[in-house]
Design a binder for this molecule. Structure first.
Ligand code: GLN
Length: 494
């Protein structure tokens, strides 16, 4: 067995080869990561670490694979879970005081599938309260720090999950993405982050924010790892009626062949794609000039490599953020009504008050300011007299967006855009300006509004030293193209 600090993780495949060659063990992996988490406690990525049970599971896995045969596709893979994904017998709080010490009584389907595939769950990761935010500053347990510059935000809402992969605190994280919460922190932290199509992965056991938008997503170092994990967690589930019956395709195998075709010594030519980008997105006033320049230069490079990249017009771009915030706050106000101080979670200590006062006090004490703002906004847009002006109108825009999206994908394989208009900002810099924070979601909310899959791949470095990504989107349930194209582009460095 090699020394603890020599453990290095490049991807799941390499880890499995090392396991089979006897160069490492699952126990060694767990010891390495629990040690790394402790050494990086200042990043605040984990709210809880399951050190002992992860070690016990690693021992079992090592014993089970003593003959060199691994127990499943994710044998020994060390995974962190965003604090919105249920893990039976473990605390689940959505980084909110509202849930207190609530303990999950069942596994999320994604958690169950990870465990069935041989994964080791290492801990629970910090996030924005109830997944509402873009900087992880809305957590009741403090912000997560970006490992590339600890004065800067991790992004959000899955900030802890992104930083955990960025800083080598686990191999893979699962997060959730309602309007960018996987892709935006992936962009800020320089890792891969994928949001599958709506209905690709079961939402059973995922704490609901806006149910018609929410999807579980994956953080990884490589596209190949994201493909393998998606293959494991995707697919039909009797516990979620919105999940698709469409069979899961062999994503990881397809990615491996895309990479093989792309590397220089290959005989066959890499596949060329028909790509589009929105002119309004690449020329948006909010877009950071360095991100614009580097993205446009990369587009020229893609064309030189034989891909078609057409600028197309998308007049609805400035409507996506308002539409998203009307619809998601409406859904959130309904979803969060269950936190009433009666059934579970926080209940006020105040006595001698009536039922309504008890609800009010419990909710006022339990929820943080951003969650309150969204419940109020959502209740407002759903209220009599405003319903048609806001909620119905936003539904109509969503429908229009879907129609335009279908038209685009009848002509193109994929759409590309920056993931976020600017790189990770300083902690505290935007906390007083919620509108500014909302507007920065301009590129990430669109895929959730129309249900298509989207990924952020870490291609670029800003002149200020921070990483940033490229977002790719394909038609619904075409994760195959999304992942193959991403793997190919990861080989085509800017
Ligand atoms: N930043 C967006 C919001 O605050 C996205 C959140 C998410 O995807 N969970 O709503």
């Amino acid at each position: 067995m090699s020394g603890l600090h020599s453990f290095a993780f490049t991807d799941i495949n390499a880890f499995h080869t090392a396991l089979q060659n006897g160069q490492t063990t699952c126990v060694e992996a767990v010891l390495f990561y629990t040690n790394a988490i402790a050494e990086h406690a200042h990043l605040n990525a984990f709210l809880e670490v399951y050190a002992d049970e992860a070690l016990a599971r690693a021992q079992q896995l090592d014993e089970a694979a003593a003959n060199g045969v691994l127990t499943g596709p994710l044998h020994g893979v060390v995974v962190g879970l965003k604090d919105v994904i249920a893990y039976k017998g473990h605390t689940l709080t959505a980084s909110s005081k509202m849930l207190g010490q609530f303990e999950s009584v069942y596994h999320a389907t994604a958690t169950q599938k990870l465990l069935d595939a041989g994964a080791i769950i290492i801990g629970r990761q910090n996030c924005d309260e109830f997944a509402m935010g873009s900087s992880n500053e809305n957590s009741a347990f403090g912000p997560v720090r970006n490992a590339a510059d600890t004065e800067r935000v991790s992004g959000g809402s899955s900030g802890g999950s992104a930083v955990a992969v960025q800083a080598n605190l686990c191999m893979i994280s699962l997060g959730s993405d309602t309007g960018g919460s996987v892709r935006q922190p992936a962009d800020f932290c320089g890792v891969v982050g994928i949001k599958p199509s709506y209905g690709r992965v079961s939402r059973y056991g995922l704490i609901a924010y806006a149910s018609s938008f929410d999807q579980i997503g994956i953080f990884s170092k490589t596209v190949a790892d994201a493909a393998l994990v998606l293959e494991v967690i995707a697919g039909p589930d009797a516990y979620d009626s919105t999940v698709s019956q469409q069979p899961v395709q062999p994503y990881s195998q397809a990615v491996a062949s895309a990479v093989a075709n792309t590397t220089s010594d290959s005989q066959s030519n890499p596949k060329t794609y028909k790509l589009a980008y929105f002119k309004e997105a690449l020329h948006h006033p909010s877009l950071d000039p360095a991100i614009q320049t580097q993205t446009l230069a990369y587009i020229a490079k893609l064309e030189a490599a034989g891909h078609t990249v057409d600028p197309i017009s998308f007049g609805l771009l400035d409507y996506v953020v308002p539409t998203y915030y009307v619809l998601t706050t409406a859904e959130a106000s309904s979803n969060l009504s269950r936190y009433d101080g009666v059934r579970f979670g926080h209940r006020t200590n105040k006595t001698s008050i009536d039922l309504t006062e008890m609800y009010k006090a419990s909710r006022s004490e339990g929820f943080g300011p951003e969650v309150k703002r969204r419940i109020l906004l959502g209740t407002f847009v759903l209220s009599e007299g405003f319903y048609d002006a806001y909620f119905t109108k936003a539904q109509q825009v969503r429908q229009l967006l879907k129609q335009q999206t279908d038209t685009i994908f009848s002509q193109y394989d994929a759409i590309l855009s920056p993931t976020v208009p600017a790189p990770a900002f300083k902690i505290g810099e935007k906390s007083d300006d919620p509108i500014e924070m909302f507007l920065a979601d301009i590129y990430t909310v669109y895929p959730n509004l129309v249900g298509i899959p989207a990924i952020s791949i870490p291609l670029f470095t800003h002149p200020n030293g921070m990483p940033f990504g490229l977002q790719l989107m394909t038609r619904s349930f075409d994760e195959m193209t999304l992942l193959q194209l991403s793997a190919q582009l990861m080989e085509l460095k800017p």
